[in-house]
Design a protein around this ligand. Structure first.
Ligand code: NAP
Ligand code: HSE
Length: 432
C-alpha cells in the first residue's frame, strides 16, 4: 500500500489550504515518506456554494456517513469549527477506527478530556497542531522537543485576528471596526469573530498548551479571560508615549506550586521581543527548567500556515496508522484536583495602567490618589492629557507600582463612583 485516503470535514479557509497543499505536494510527500496522501471526500454544508477553487464536485458531500462508513478512508481531518456537529464527528471518526486531525481548539478546550480519552481508548492518533499558533509547531515542541523539561511559563500572542487589529490601529490609525473587517477578509477570524475579540480563542489555545505543559487537563473554564473590545486607540497611543505596546497576551505559569492561567490585553515594554510580533504573526515565549527560554514565532492564522500544520499532523497520522507507533506521550486525561491549584486573578500582583475620565478642576487628582492610597496602591507616574474644553472630561493616565488585583478592583469601584469621574476607568496590566 503506497497511498492513504483522507477525508476533510470542512472546505473553508483551512480546508481549501490543505487541499491546495496536498495537490501541490503529495508527490514530494511520497518521496519523503513513501506514502501518498489522497483526499477522497470533503464534507461541506452547502453543495451549491460558489468556491474559488477547482474541485471535482463528486468529491464533495453533505453526508458525513459517506466518510465515516467508508473503510477506504483512514484519516479524517475536522476543519469545520464550532462545537457541534464537529465534536460528535470527531468522536464518531475515532470510534470508527479513523486517525483524526483537528484544527478545532474550541472542542479541545471544552471537551478535550472526553476526546483525548476516546482517542486513547480506541488507540487512535489525534493530531491538533493547527489548533494553536497557525503554522508554528508549538504542539510538537511541547510534546516532543521539550519532553525532558518541566515547563515553568508560557507567554504567548496566540490570536492572529486581535494582533492584526491592534497593529493596524496603532500603526495606521485604523478604527477597530475597519481593522476587524480586514482580518475577516483575510480569513484570520473565527466564523464568530467575537471569540477572537473577547479573548476566548486565546483562552481555548492557552488551555490546550497548559494541559500539555503541566500534564493534566485544564479546561477553558479555568482561564481568566479579557478581550480587546474595550481598547481605545487613545490607550494604544498613551501606552506608547509611556514606552509600551499593547498586545493581547495569554499566560500559563507555575509559581509557588500554583498555576496562573489567563488572557488579557497587556502593556509590554517597547524593548521586549514580543512587541515586534505584528499583524497576524504569533509568538510563544516558553521557559523550561533545562532548556531555559525559547521563542517560537510565525504566522498564527491564515490558509497556508494553518494548512502546513494540518499536513504535519496528517503525516504523523500516516506514520502512526502504517507503522503503528505509540503516541509520543500520554495525553492529559484527568482533571486531577491535586494539581488543579489555580491562583485566582484577585491574588495576582501586577503593575497597572489606568485611564481616568475626570472633570478638569483642582482637587480631582487628590480625590483619586486618596482612594488609591487607602488601598495601598502606589503611583509611579501620572499625566493629564490636555485641558477640558466646555463640558466633558479629560483623560488622566496613571501607571502604578505593583499591587494585588483585588486592591485595584476595590479602589476602582470607589473611584468610578466619584462625582468628578465621568465614566468607568480603563485598566490595563503591565508585563514586567
Ligand atoms: P471556515 O472558513 O468558516 O470553513 C468552515 C467549513 O466547514 C466550510 O467549508 C463549511 O461548509 C463547513 N461546515 C461548517 N459547518 C458545517 C456542517 N454543519 N456540516 C458540514 N460542513 C460544515 O472556517 P476556517 O477558518 O477554515 O476554520 C476551520 C477550523 O480551523 C476552525 O476550528 C478554526 O478555529 C480553525 N483554525 C482556523 C484558522 C484560520 O486562520 N482560519 C487557523 C487555525 C485554526 P461550506 O463551505 O459549505 O459553508
Ligand atoms: N481566529 C484565529 C486567530 C485563527 O485569529 O488566531 C487561528 O487559530
Amino acid at each position: 500500500m503506497n497511498e492513504v485516503k483522507i477525508a476533510l470535514l470542512g472546505f473553508g479557509t483551512v480546508g481549501t489550504g490543505v487541499y491546495e497543499l496536498l495537490e501541490k505536494k503529495s508527490e514530494l510527500i511520497k518521496e519523503r515518506i513513501g506514502i501518498k496522501p489522497i483526499i477522497k471526500k470533503i464534507l461541506v454544508k452547502d453543495l451549491k456554494k460558489k468556491r474559488n477553487i477547482k474541485i471535482d464536485q463528486k468529491c464533495l458531500t453533505t453526508n458525513v456517513e459517506e466518510i465515516l462508513e467508508d473503510p477506504d478512508i483512514s484519516i479524517v481531518c475536522e476543519l469545520m469549527g464550532g462545537i457541534e456537529p464537529a465534536k460528535s464527528y470527531v468522536l464518531k471518526a475515532l470510534q470508527k477506527g479513523k486517525e483524526v486531525v483537528t484544527a478545532n481548539k474550541a472542542i479541545l478546550a471544552q471537551y478535550g478530556n472526553e476526546i483525548w480519552k476516546e482517542a486513547t481508548k480506541r488507540k487512535r492518533f489525534l493530531g491538533f497542531e493547527a489548533s494553536v499558533g497557525g503554522g508554528i509547531p508549538v504542539i510538537k515542541t511541547l510534546k516532543e522537543a521539550l519532553i525532558g523539561n518541566n515547563i515553568n511559563s508560557i507567554i504567548g500572542i496566540i490570536n492572529g485576528t486581535t494582533n492584526y487589529i491592534l497593529t493596524r490601529m496603532l500603526e495606521n490609525n485604523l478604527n477597530f471596526k475597519d481593522a476587524l473587517k480586514e482580518a475577516q477578509a483575510k480569513g484570520y477570524a473565527e466564523a464568530d469573530p467575537t471569540l477572537d475579540i473577547k479573548g476566548v480563542d486565546s483562552a481555548h489555545k492557552i488551555s490546550i498548551l497548559a494541559s500539555l505543559a503541566f500534564g493534566f487537563y485544564i479546561p477553558v473554564s479555568e482561564v481568566y479571560t479579557e478581550g480587546i473590545e474595550e481598547i481605545d486607540l487613545m490607550d494604544l497611543k498613551f501606552a506608547k508615549d509611556f514606552g509600551y505596546i499593547v498586545k493581547l497576551l495569554a499566560f500559563a505559569q507555575k509559581r509557588k506550586n500554583k498555576i496562573e492561567i489567563r488572557v488579557h490585553p497587556t502593556l509590554i515594554p517597547e524593548n521586549h521581543v514580543l512587541t515586534s510580533i505584528r499583524l497576524n504573526y504569533n509568538a510563544l515565549y516558553i521557559t523550561g527548567d533545562f532548556v531555559g527560554d525559547i521563542l517560537l514565532y510565525g504566522l498564527g492564522a491564515g490558509k497556508e500556515p494553518t494548512a502546513s500544520a494540518v499536513v504535519s499532523d496528517i503525516i504523523d497520522a500516516i506514520e502512526y496508522s502504517y507503522f503503528r507507533k505509540k503516541p509520543f506521550i500520554k495525553y492529559p486525561l484527568t482533571k486531577n484536583d491535586k494539581f488543579l491549584n489555580i491562583r485566582p486573578i484577585e491574588e495576582v500582583k501586577f503593575r497597572y495602567y489606568f485611564r481616568f475620565s475626570a472633570i478638569d478642576k483642582p482637587g480631582v487628582l487628590s480625590k483619586i490618589s486618596g482612594i488609591l492610597g487607602k488601598y495601598n496602591i502606589s503611583i509611579a507616574s501620572v499625566v493629564q492629557i490636555g485641558r477640558q474644553k466646555k463640558k466633558g472630561s479629560v483623560p488622566v493616565v496613571m501607571l502604578t507600582h505593583e499591587t494585588k488585583e483585588k486592591n485595584v478592583i476595590k479602589a476602582l469601584h470607589e473611584i468610578d463612583k466619584l462625582d468628578v469621574v465621568t465614566s468607568s476607568t480603563k485598566k490595563l496590566r503591565i508585563l514586567e
